[in-house]
Design a protein around this ligand. Structure first.
Ligand code: SF4
Length: 327
């Protein structure tokens, strides 16, 4: 059995966008533009970047909620992108998705018992009595008692609803969970509880996870490795420790510098990026980050950097990484 559970190979997602008022030809919004990485069994990989960088689109392509324009996703040796509907439905039990907004992702007309137990019925995994038994056990596991079974989503708090979303994703004992901004809709006081819950369940159920977030602070404490995205492309991927202690890309360095340091005696200089993220309809030539990069040189505007290994298992897409950060 290979140690790699999942691989994304050259994933691309473009959307046709019609020019308003001009009636012109459709242009391409390049949401994701050639992203590749692997996920080992029982590994947690964080995908981080600003809003609009394509990270959520990647998450949805990984579990086939949306189809890639090009590239493929291989899960446990199976090319997910080539499966027909019936085979995909079967595979879905093994790869689940936790949504950002726990309220809109839960059917308001169903009780918590029905919502959580539904995947067992859809995949025909057990009889009605066992569905109820496993639902109660799963709710207990995520910190909700049996008294929540008969309630409806609107009767729960945001944190409780996200626990329900997690219970629903895990009840079919998947091997892979893709969690898209699982705590960003929650109060700060609840975020740590839900992250701790995910960490406990990961250990207990031997899960592999992709954790997507715009917040480096959330990602750095929850993940083994981190992939940093900018404007539809992967710019750096390495262990969480390397990314936080020794980033090798100027964009990653800026994201890390924004994370508060818990030690009041320690100082970290905040890097403020100038300008806005360019439009993915018309991304800059060369390095896509050159319009905001404090280290951009002449080469950066004309030549696109490819991902290369600057240290062991530390990949970065920057012409000047060694010059700026040493090797
Ligand atoms: Fe900055 Fe150039 Fe590196 Fe891009 S390639 S991140 S513009 S130094």
């Amino acid at each position: 059995m290979s140690d790699v559970l999942l691989s994304a190979e050259g994933l691309v997602k473009h959307y046709a966008v019609r020019r308003q008022f001009l009636g012109g030809a459709a242009r391409q919004l390049r949401a994701v533009d050639g992203v590749s990485f692997t996920l080992a069994r029982r590994e947690v990989l964080g995908v981080v970047g600003e809003s609009g960088c394509g990270k959520s689109t990647i998450g949805r392509m990984l579990v086939n909620l949306i189809e890639p324009t090009a590239g493929r996703v291989v899960f446990d040796g199976i090319d997910v992108t080539a499966l027909d509907k019936a085979a995909l439905r079967k595979l879905r039990r093994r790869m689940q998705f936790v949504f950002q907004d726990p309220y809109s992702s839960l059917n308001p007309r169903l009780t918590i018992e029905r919502i959580v137990g539904e995947p067992l019925q859809i995949h025909d995994l057990c009889d009605a009595a066992e569905v109820m038994e496993r639902t109660a056990a799963m709710l207990l596991k995520v910190g909700l008692g049996g008294d929540h079974m008969r309630r409806y989503p609107h009767e729960l708090s945001g944190g409780q609803r996200q626990r329900v979303g997690i219970a629903r994703a895990l009840i079919s004992t998947p091997e892979l969970v893709v969690a898209d901004e699982p705590v960003s809709a929650l109060d700060v006081s609840i975020q740590a509880q839900v992250l701790n819950l995910l960490a406990e369940l990961r250990q207990e159920m031997q899960l592999s996870m992709i954790m997507i977030s715009h917040n480096m602070a959330v990602i750095q404490h929850s993940c083994d490795r981190i992939a940093v995205m900018y404007l539809g492309q992967l710019v750096e991927i390495a262990s969480a420790d390397e990314i936080v202690m020794a980033p090798a890309h100027p964009y990653t360095a800026a994201l890390v510098s924004a994370v508060p340091v818990p030690d009041p005696t320690a100082r970290r200089q905040r890097i403020i990026l100038q300008g806005d993220v360019p439009s993915p309809i018309d991304p800059p030539a060369g390095c896509r980050f050159h319009t905001r990069c404090p280290h951009a040189g002449i080469q950066c505007a004309v030549e696109t950097p490819g991902l290369r290994e600057v240290r062991s298992n530390h990949w970065v897409s920057c012409h000047r990484s060694e010059e700026i950060y040493g090797s």
